[in-house]
Ligand binder design. Structure first.
Ligand code: IMP
Length: 201
């Protein structure tokens, strides 16, 4: 079975990735499972740059296929912020309740048409021959007027998806995992991996 090391310390992500990739017969390992312990400085200015930075750093120490993702929330009214700074917005360790309320304050009085936003996820995969490929997934929505929903994490309680008439924090994990930015990027990556690895897997 081909091994893929996914550059995350988040076990929830590994579960989601395994679920989407299960038909490929790959063994997907977290950094911890691969016994890799490195601190990577994500100083890129785009999601693509950050995902590639992570992949390149880990490719230096393994011959396995390496994958990494970078994601965040882009709010049009804030010129794309918090964007690549999503986890650092208002401080890395600040509870999301506070971050979400801060965003609601920044958008106080802003009309619905101007509250457009999206979650973006870029996945990069690096192969032992040095090639790196990326895929991108996006889910469009608007910033709501209040915090709603208990599921999910991060900015989910303020991210309202008009098509489903609820925030991503009100969605079941099954629904969110079907339509999310991460699911879309992962599904695209799965198709590319099928072509790239072909008979090898
Ligand atoms: P990372 O790619 O895991 O570093 O995620 C970056 C940050 O983007 C997270 O810490 C969250 O603040 C935000 N984010 C990414 N995806 C989601 C999501 O599905 N829901 C809510 N927030 C998200």
């Amino acid at each position: 079975m081909r091994r893929i090391i996914f550059a995350t310390k988040n076990k929830g992500k590994i579960v989601e990735i395994n679920e989407i990739m299960k038909e490929l017969n790959l063994q997907i390992l977290s950094l911890e499972e691969a016994a890799i312990d490195i601190e990577i400085i994500e100083n890129g200015s785009t999601f693509e740059e950050n995902a590639i930075i992570k992949v390149k750093e880990i490719m230096k120490i393994t011959n396995d296929i390496v994958m990494a993702d970078d994601s965040g929330l882009e709010i049009d009214y804030l010129n794309g912020a918090p964007g690549v700074h999503s986890s650092r917005f208002e401080g890395e360790n600040t509870p999301y309740d506070i971050k979400n309320n801060k965003i609601l304050d920044m958008l106080k009085g802003v009309a619905e048409e101007e509250r457009t936003a999206r979650f973006v996820c870029v996945i990069a995969a690096g192969f032992p021959d040095g090639q790196i490929i990326t895929t991108k997934g996006v889910i469009e929505g608007i910033i709501g007027y209040e915090i709603k929903g208990e599921n999910g994490f991060g900015y989910d309680p303020i991210f309202y998806v008009p098509e489903y008439k609820m925030t991503t924090a009100q969605m079941s994990s099954q629904l969110k995992n079907q339509i999310s930015h991460r699911a879309k990027a992962l599904n695209k990556m799965k198709e590319l991996l099928k072509i790239r690895l072909g008979e090898a897997i």
